[in-house]
Structure formats: C-alpha cells, structure tokens
Design a binder for this molecule. Structure first.
Ligand code: SAM
Length: 289
C-alpha cells in the first residue's frame, strides 16, 4: 500500500537512511495525499499504461503510480536515493529504477524497450531548475507521449498556458501550445513539500496533440522567428526580426512578410498568436523556396 504520502513516514525514511536533501537537485518531497491523488487521477492512468516518472525521490509518487499503471520507469539522478527506492518500492514488481540524468537518457529507446514504441505517459514532481529543457526535450525529441502531468513552479505553469496580452506570454507558451493542450490541474502551496520551496507550485497537464493545431511547413523556422521576436520584447516585430542572429532575412523581406500577414508595421512580436507566427513562417518558407 502507498504509505509515503504521510509526512511522518517521509521524515522517518529520511532519518533512517541518514539522507541529506540536495538543493542542487531541486529536492522537495511531496507530503500531501490529496495532491498525489489529484496528479494520478488527472493523468488518467490505467493498467494498460507505461509511465515515465522523472525524479522519483524517495518513491512517494512512484508508489501511487505503481498501483494504478501497468509499468513505471523511474529515472533518478541522485545515487544516494537508489537504496531508499529499492526499499520503499520493494513490494512492487512493475517498477524499473534507472539511476541517470534524465537529460542524458534516450527516452525514445525507453519507449521501445518497455512499451513497444507506443505512447507513454509522463508524470513528475519536476526538479524546477530543469523544467523547460525536460519538457522541450520530450516534445522536440519526438517521444511518443499521451500526456505529461507535472508539478512545476506556478509561474512556469502560467507561462505555459497563457495567450497574447499577458506579461507571461512568451516563447515557452508558444512552444508548449504547438505540441499540447495545457490544463492547470491544481495550485499547490509550499507546505505540501519537505523542505518547503520558496515559490508556489502548480500541477499542469499537457495533452499531446495528434496533429499540431496550426499548419507549419518548417516548425524549426517558426521557433527561430518566435525566439527572435521575444528576445527583444520591447522592440517592434520588424526590428526584432531584423536585429536577430536567429534569422537572416533582409529588411525588405521582413516588411513584405508583415504586410502579407495584414499586420500593422509597428506591431510587437508579443501580440502575435501561434497561428500568426505559423503564417509568418510559411510566408518566409515560400520566399526562400
Ligand atoms: N518525486 C519526488 C516527490 O514528489 O516527492 C521527488 C520530487 S523532487 C521535486 C525532484 C526529484 O528529481 C529529486 O528526487 C531529484 O533528485 C531528481 N532529479 C533532479 N535532477 C534530475 C535529473 N537531471 N535527472 C533525474 N532526476 C533528477
């Protein structure tokens, strides 16, 4: 039975193993059973599912996942946690622990080895210092995924789901929304963790689109345009694109593209929707081909 959601149990395990919590690995262990249940429920787990857990810690969420899913692959960087995981997960025969840095693991290979290349689910209370590289790595690496349900810093969850007009709107919003439909499941206060993080947290579910919501001939070019537009937020779109090392179109081509899109010449990049960035990108693709 999953017992680690109880704060006393978590403290007991940490003490028993004389474990020192590593700030550098973003270790904040979840100690709230309601939040754990919410995460598992919103991921929509069944016994058919193969789940990748990033950073199992002492195995709290892993126990819940092992009870609901078919197979759990848990990737943990901290070698000192492995004997603890071996103990807390001893009762489950459907968990594979991998002691590695998630940013160095070939996740496509994992889906092949453990799920015959079929889509997996990703669930994690993420180490906040590498949230963006983990999420973007999963999407851009073309890993077959149903959904990603993760605890992240509240501010980052907000950035992932907002549209134009918000100060939080940026390259991360557009990248996430190109690949997935975001939904904030819950806001989680610092007292749900040991130790307490200095920021608020939120659980966000990203449901992977089968086909992207916009047609883009060259997504890499679109993302270069997006980065160029947001790198210099206060500049107009025209100046942002003109001054960026990301792209090398002439000033005339940039003016032509903005005109073609029916946009105001003094428009700022931060007001463009994903659809507009897609249109801009497709226009440039046509120009060079
Ligand atoms: N899942 C546990 C829980 O909810 O209590 C722990 C979550 S804690 C916020 C983040 C976990 O990710 C820690 O166990 C940490 O050691 C692990 N971690 C940090 N960087 C990692 C990396 N690059 N690869 C794999 N795991 C990592």
């Amino acid at each position: 039975m999953a017992t680690l959601g109880q704060p006393q149990k978590t403290i007991e395990i940490i003490k028993k193993h004389d474990f020192t919590i590593q700030k550098k690995f973003g270790q904040n262990f979840l100690i709230d059973t309601h939040v754990l249940e919410k995460i598992i429920n919103s991921a929509g787990m069944t016994k058919e599912d193969c789940v990748l857990e990033i950073g199992p810690g002492i195995g709290t969420m892993t126990q819940y996942l092992a009870e609901e899913a078919g197979h759990v692959i848990a990737v943990e960087i901290d070698t000192k946690l492995i004997p603890i995981l071996n103990e807390t997960l001893a009762d489950y025969d459907n968990v594979t622990i991998i002691n590695q840095d998630i940013l160095k693991v070939d996740i496509n290979q994992i889906t092949q080895d453990y799920n015959q290349g079929r889509p997996i689910k990703v669930v994690a209370n993420l180490p906040y210092y590498i949230t963006t590289p983990i999420i973007m790595g999963l999407f851009e690496g073309g890993v077959p995924i149903d959904n990603i349900t993760v605890m992240v810093q509240k501010e980052v969850a907000d950035r992932m789901q907002v549209g134009p007009g918000s100060k939080d709107y940026g390259a991360l919003s557009l990248a996430v929304q190109y690949y997935a439909e975001p939904y904030i499941v819950a806001n989680v206060p610092p007292n749900c963790f040991i130790p307490r993080p200095g920021v608020g947290s939120a659980v966000i579910r990203l449901t992977r689109y089968k086909t992207p919501p916009v047609d883009v001939v060259d997504p890499k070019l679109m993302f270069r345009l997006i980065r160029a537009s947001f790198n210099q937020r206060r500049k107009t779109l025209q100046n942002g694109l003109n001054n960026s090392s990301e792209i090398s179109f002439t000033k005339e081509q940039i003016i032509e593209a903005i005109e073609h899109m029916g946009l105001n010449p003094s428009v700022r990049g931060e007001t463009l929707t994903l659809k507009e960035f897609a249109g801009l990108s497709n226009f440039f693709t046509q120009l060079i081909n």
